[in-house]
Design a protein around this ligand. Sequence first.
Ligand code: 5AD
Ligand code: SF4
Length: 437
Amino acid sequence: MPSIYLQTFGCQMNVADSNGLAHQAWSMGCTFTDAPESADILILNTCAIREKAEMRVYSRLGQLKALKRPESKLLVAGCLAEKDRAVMRRKAPQVDALLGPRDYQQFKALLAQWGVPTDLPPPQTPLHMPSSEDAPGEDAPLEYAHLRSLVSITRGCEKFCTYCIVPYTRGPLESIPPDDIEAQIRREIRCGAKEITLLGQNVNSYNFGGVDFAGLLRRLGRIDALERLTFLTSHPHDLTRDVVDALAEVPAIQPRLHLPVQSGSNDVLKAMARLYTIEEYLDKVAYFRERLPGWALTTDIICGFPTETEADFQATLSLVERGTFEYAFVFAFSPRSGTPAATMTPQVPQEERLRRLQAVSAAQNEQTRRFHERFIGETVSALVSGPSKKDPTRMAGKTGHNVTVVWPRTDAAAARSPVANLVIEQAQTWGLVGRVA
Ligand code: 5AD
Ligand code: SF4
């Protein structure tokens, strides 16, 4: 049987796509390996969101050129395959094929072309895919990995924020039928999933035959066996009060909302084509806080977007310092060729982008630590991820607010319960330390 090495870079959407590719290959009888030198087919599922992500892919392609056997095949999938379609042959001649995120229905035909037989009976052994370097949750040992499951509800994005490459690589928005989503969730639950994450570049733009995102959440909320439900990502422009009401109505939905603000300045938001003002954003946040007190609000912020002045940056910094967010992913602007922002003037010098990034990160870290301190003395329930990477005498997991928590391994933990009830004893910026309640 041909063996496959599959490595995933980038976001959760890519992780979900990799699961789909792995499933297709498995159904044709392929096996998986974490050793590229012994694989018959090597696949990199790639990311193009920022220059750094791209550079990591090209550096991995360089390593694989030396590692792979001459007769094995190398496939580049994902956003970079789409973005660099025209230049990949020159930049990485060792690549045998490219499949962009909209091409995955051609994957089986490609495998067949590479000699994978198409007429074998379905395999007897369950799909076992070794984790790859980059995938989030990569270290979850197999007995815990299946507890969390990613389910795509939309494909593509047509918001065209001026910095973003995704609409070019993933194409226009498409919503997946609610029946298909529900069927997949039921399958995942039967396979042991405790937490389902609904995925889309902007889940709030979901619409299929009149079912919008709020309607979808209410419908999925009626699946009795569904214990934990969460979703990524929301565009503030499309987050309606009805969605917030649905979050309050469906008990399985976990107490967290990721709502990327990108900037605290209206001039920058306008240049980004974000379609909201900071006042509108904060209005939505106020309604969310009123309906869902105690939930975690997390965000994405870009520092040093072209035209961003010191005053614009201060507006973002003050938004963070006021404690608007429990957690933030902070990025330095990275020009993506083909997007409008790449050629806007003036560009902020790279050093200045990094200075602003550091200031915003430091301010957010302070807020995040304060948020974590609120849990000291409380009992929380955590979905177990497995033994801690850094210290195998401890177990690690995630709370409903998505906060990392570690605790000493005990017999109860060793019994592999998927959920742990913990009393929180210490708070750090990175997360919490507790003991079994
Ligand atoms: N430069 C920096 N950050 C970016 N993001 C998207 N495109 C860029 C870019 N060109 C960030 C945004 C988005 C997150 C997924 O990545 O904050 O919400
Ligand atoms: Fe995911 Fe965006 Fe990277 Fe594509 S470019 S893999 S959508 S993070």
